[in-house]
Design a protein around this ligand. Structure first.
Ligand code: ZN
Length: 461
């Protein structure tokens, strides 16, 4: 008996959780948190769709919260088996899970204080102790290295690009009668993107689970370097502030690298870069430690000319130092998280700077439905932060050319070496229209038949 159930990233981009069962053994590929609209976030609070104590291993693809953020919750509910991840993912996930636990706890306290919840006592989804307990379960697995989980499963990681340490998972299953393989794409990165490495060739497999974040879109052809060169030169000329909401892990390092490159090549004058996110600062250290997993050589990661911090960068660790940025005059760049504006210090910067017409807010990543980021991207002139109305007078600059996700064209290119059609292709990790478009492209270009699983839907393999 072999079976897969999609407990997340089905009809949506968040909450990735794929449960694979062989006889009475179970592995969970990714353990992500639902993010975005309220009806999705509320899913995090539903009774678990599986018994966490019955799972033999969790295999993580990469350190983004929509792939790992639910881990402390299942640990809180009794999960205690190994959690596999690549070495950079182990380090990044540790930072990210502790930060998420803090945010959960702060948010619960804030709601309690401001009486924003209908509950008498507002509890976090999980706390720091749960995150610490989850981190203790991590086991490292490098790219290409086979790991066995009982006699029923073995898996190895393939390079996905996308983010430091990001992987696709090739999982082999043996139920004593049949052997099958299933390949989980993870989040597939782009080719020739600043900082990340290109995704590697996908392996042949019986079943494919393919992401479709941009299944119906093609990224603009503009090159990130020239777009930022023009934008920053304007900011310098106007002596204004450029506020960039950025994921603490990945996007912050990508943008810092890009701006440092532009300064080094004298395409822009030196401009102060303020990184206002303790998590981003920790992530930058991890990027420096794992230089062979990305495109910056070790020699460009040290001292005042480092491409990831260096002389133009100021790191703001404390809240006090973050608040000082409220008075900051341009020209300057503030990088703060969270990337989709769902929480974190960026909210205070937005409260402070959105009503200011001289500020430019650059949206440089995927903004999920229902997030504040999506509202700004769609041109809202009034938004609500912690239930307070905030007028949007700042210029909103939208650039999707730095996305960490392959578009449909790149996904097809990536799948090209797969010579024959897997028995089933599951299209996941996309909003409905994106997954439908991806299915159509695969049908038109490859004649592949696809399935778009519904939430909690199971399939026999
Ligand atoms: Zn991701």
């Amino acid at each position: 008996m072999m079976k897969i159930t999609f407990h997340g990233a089905a009809g949506t981009v968040t909450g990735s959780k794929y449960l694979v069962e062989v006889n009475d053994k179970k592995v969970l590929v990714d353990c992500g948190m639902f993010q975005g609209p309220k009806e999705l976030r509320e899913r995090n609070w539903l009774p678990l769709p599986f018994d966490p104590t019955s799972i033999n291993a969790v295999i993580l693809t990469h350190a983004h919260i929509d792939h790992i953020g639910f881990l402390p919750k299942i640990v809180r509910e009794g999960y205690s088996s190994p959690v596999y991840a690549t070495p950079p993912t182990v380090d990044l996930a540790a930072v990210s899970l502790l930060d998420t636990a803090m945010l959960q706890m702060e948010d619960a306290q804030y709601r309690q204080k401001k009486k924003l919840s209908r509950h008498e006592v507002v509890l976090p989804l999980f706390d720091e102790d749960d995150a610490e307990a989850a981190i203790k379960l991590f086991r490292k697995a490098n790219f290409g290295e086979w790991k066995s989980i009982g006699t029923e499963f073995r898996f190895r990681y393939h390079i996905a690009g996308h983010l430091l340490g990001a992987a696709g998972v090739e999982l082999e299953m043996d139920d004593g009668v049949n052997r099958r393989s299933i390949f989980f794409s993870g989040d597939v990165g782009r080719y020739a993107n600043p900082l990340t490495i290109d995704p590697s060739k996908p392996p042949m497999c019986d079943y494919l689970v393919c992401e479709s974040t941009y299944g119906g879109k093609v990224h603009p052809a503009e090159d990130a370097f020239s777009v930022f060169e023009e934008l920053i030169n304007r900011v310098v000329k106007e002596r204004s502030v450029l506020l960039i909401p950025a994921f603490a892990i990945g996007r912050t390092q990508q943008i810092t690298f890009l701006v440092n490159q532009l300064i080094a090549k004298k395409f822009i004058p030196p401009i102060p870069i303020h990184i206002d996110s303790p998590m981003a600062i920790a992530a930058t250290d991890i990027y420096s430690k794992f230089s062979s997993y990305h495109s910056i050589g070790q020699n460009k990661l040290q001292g005042e000319n480092s491409m990831l911090d260096g002389q133009h960068v100021t790191l703001h660790r404390t809240r006090k130092s973050s608040k000082v940025l409220n008075e900051l005059k341009g020209p300057a760049i503030i990088l703060s998280s969270s990337g989709m504006l769902t929480g974190g210090r960026i909210l205070h910067h937005l409260l402070n700077r959105l009503p200011d017409p001289t500020t430019t807010v650059a949206l440089v990543g995927f903004m999920a439905e229902g997030t504040l980021g999506r509202k700004l991207m769609e041109g809202a002139d009034l938004i609500y932060i912690h239930k307070s109305p905030v007028e949007v007078k700042a210029r909103i600059f939208n650039f999707q050319g730095m996305s960490g996700h392959a578009d449909w064209f790149e996904l097809l290119h990536w799948l090209e070496p797969m010579e024959y059609q897997p028995r089933k292709v599951f299209i996941t990790h996309g909003e409905k229209e994106q997954s439908e478009a991806m299915a159509l492209h695969l049908h038109e270009e490859r004649k592949w038949e696809t399935v778009q699983p519904k939430m909690d839907e199971s399939f026999t393999l």
